[in-house]
Design a protein. Structure first.
Length: 402
């Protein structure tokens, strides 16, 4: 049996550094999710529409710039682009911290998203790792994103309780400056390389946009982040008003809920991996997500609200993990980087659309209207994925043949 060589000391150091950098950036973006709908309501020009746009604004600029900045890093080098992106992120955080209106918070969030360094960070990780270590390196960075989301749900309310929304943005700016220092001092200068599995290739865009399975997965992540961002227009209010937790105590809800959600993911993981029925597990997750939200948005018994919150985060965590894995399995030869680039663009567009459209619907039709919007999105998602993958695990049918 062949054994895989371990990472070298340099590979371990650089991958750990990049994972820390990525987690700093995502922590700053995620911390706003459980806060903005509550704290921005006290600012000038606050409305469901402006708050929704501010919540999703980073997604629009991130979607527009993440692939172009990845290409720019091929020409200028990874570190200059990453440093420039972190500088933009810090400036956007400062603009949001100083804002006295929701519109200026939206401008700051858009600037944060313009520092779109995701593809450049992934490409740098690929530059410094051997091909056989690349999957492991990407997995480490991926885990850091999940940890950032969990930590943001806890530390965001704590920071806001101490210093308001501006304190969250100032800490985010500080994290960006720390990230710049880490890149400048902790990441070696290496020659840029071409990687088929990392970074979008212009010549392969047409093929990625014509593959029916990849398009279904792109639509899936769009709808997931559409629903997630729209949900956070109302979810913080549910925690405060329905569940009865003060703003600075929301972490007492999110901490046990997130821990319990890891256990609640197990049946979906078992169905997908051990029983070889990923298609069924995916559909179950898609059904679970809106079902949990409907329970949360309609006044219910306190214990039921806790259960619904756990199931909501379990569904989100499972879907966030499984969808990129399905893209990797479905992709055509040498197209992984391009397919994942298109996938990430759809993810960020979904976040923007969820905030903007969700805000408009919330203003026009209130919480019932938002519930119906989420239910319609879930129905569209089920139609989109119903024939995505057979559950015939014994035949090992590739996703791309579905």
């Amino acid at each position: 049996m062949l054994t895989q060589n371990p990472m070298t000391a340099l590979e371990r150091r650089v991958v750990a550094t990049l994972a820390l950098l990525y987690s700093f950036r995502m922590l700053g973006l995620f911390m706003v999710l459980p806060l903005l709908a509550l704290y921005a309501a006290d600012l000038r020009d606050a409305s469901p529409v402006t708050i929704g746009v501010a919540l999703g604004a980073y997604g629009a600029t991130q979607a527009l710039l993440q692939i172009p900045l990845g290409w720019l890093s091929d020409r200028l080098g990874r570190k200059p682009v990453i440093l420039g992106g972190l500088l933009l992120f810090a400036v956007g955080s400062a603009v949001a911290a100083l804002a006295d209106s929701v519109t200026m918070i939206a401008v700051g969030r858009a600037l944060q998203g313009a520092g779109a360094i995701s593809s450049s960070v992934m490409a740098l990780a690929a530059d410094v790792t051997a091909p056989e270590q690349r999957t492991k390196a990407m997995a480490v960075i991926g885990i850091s994103i999940g940890m950032s989301f969990a930590l943001a749900m806890i530390f965001g309310p704590l920071l806001a309780g101490w210093g308001g929304l501006s304190a969250v943005f100032w800490v985010t700016a500080a994290l960006a400056v720390v990230g710049m220092t880490i890149v400048a001092l902790g990441v070696p200068d290496v020659a840029t390389q071409h990687h088929d599995d990392v970074g979008a290739q212009r010549r392969l865009f047409g093929r990625a946009l014509q593959d029916p399975v990849l398009l279904r997965l792109d639509g899936s992540v769009f709808i997931l982040h559409f629903m997630l961002t729209a949900a956070f227009l109302v979810l913080p209010g549910v925690v405060e008003n329905t569940m009865g937790f003060a703003r600075d105590a929301h972490w007492r809800v999110y901490l046990p809920v997130l821990l319990a959600s890891l256990l609640a993911m197990y049946p979906l993981l078992r169905l997908s991996e051990r029983q070889g029925r990923p298609g069924l597990a995916l559909r179950a997750g898609v059904i679970l997500l809106p079902a949990a939200l409907v329970t949360l948005f309609w006044r219910a018994e306190f214990a039921l609200l806790w259960v619904a919150m756990v199931l909501f985060f379990a569904a989100v965590n499972y879907l966030e993990a499984v969808l990129p894995s399905m893209v990797s399995k479905a992709v055509f030869a040498h197209g992984k980087g391009t397919a994942l680039g298109v996938y990430a663009t759809c993810q960020f567009l979904g976040a923007f659309a969820g905030g903007a459209v969700g805000g408009v619907v919330l203003a026009a039709a209130g919480r019932p209207g938002l519930i119906w919007l989420i239910l319609m999105a879930a129905l569209l998602w089920l139609i989109l994925i119903w024939g995505l993958e057979s559950d015939r695990s014994s035949e090992q049918v590739p996703l791309s043949t579905a």
